[in-house]
Design a protein around this ligand. Sequence first.
Ligand SMILES: CC(=O)Oc1ccc2c(C)cc(=O)oc2c1
Length: 280
Amino acid sequence: MTLTKVSSAKVAGGWHQQFSHSATSTACAMRFAIFLPPQAGPNNPVPVVYWLSGLTCTDENFMQKAGAFKKAAELGLAIVAPDTSPRGDGVADDPEGSYDFGLGAGFYVNATQQPFAKHYQMYTYVVEELPALIEANFPVTSQRAISGHSMGGHGALMIALRNPSLFSSVTAFSPIAHPTECPWGVKAFTGYLGEDKKIWTQYDSTLLMQNKSTGPAALVDQGDADNFLQQQLKPEHLQQAAKQSGYPLTLRMQAGYDHSYFFISSFIDEHLAFHAQRFG
Ligand SMILES: CC(=O)Oc1ccc2c(C)cc(=O)oc2c1
């Protein structure tokens, strides 16, 4: 598999790089960003934290705004940030061009509906194709954790819950915690997965957590001044699910924080430390 280097810059003693490659799962060129800490090398492979971004984002938002590099360098963690949807000529978009469906809004599911099914296979891309590519081409171990924001927080929780042997821990900022019961989720799942709500359940963190008493340790931070909290995010549903099943979830309400990267940058060090502790 050929990787094309798009950019490279030294940061925090390590390297931030962007690559594009031809992806099989999404049948198009995909771009991702990677941070390699200074200690990563052929004789010292490091664990990887996968970061899933939110609506409208690309591989760039987290890398430019989260302020994660110094802590990741200190802890010896690589970070990989994929794009949030397939893109390019021939990739279907929302005919209305909205920000919450289509390009930049893949929701980390495998679409079954036309015209999205050909390219919108973000679940397989993130769970299978990207980690295989990263582990074949960079000095990393097969130890993985996953984290994300909003739509990406939904993706991180859902992917960790469905793949407990692949991810040792999961953290999320402001996740869309119960997508089958909020407007963003209902719109995306109807468009990508169709009307059958039974199919939706496999992609809903709250419904998955309700039925699991064990799995990757989970940490969720949610700002209480987030404009999307009540209508879209519903973290209390996730907490109730964890209470019901006994799942190891820590949900922290953070006073005064909103939905932005100011919030993420305030707590990202703690999320990286949470993952590092579970890598051991
Ligand atoms: C860079 C940035 O602020 O990203 C951002 C802004 C808003 C949202 C919303 C509203 C939802 C989401 O899933 O992600 C997201 C990301």
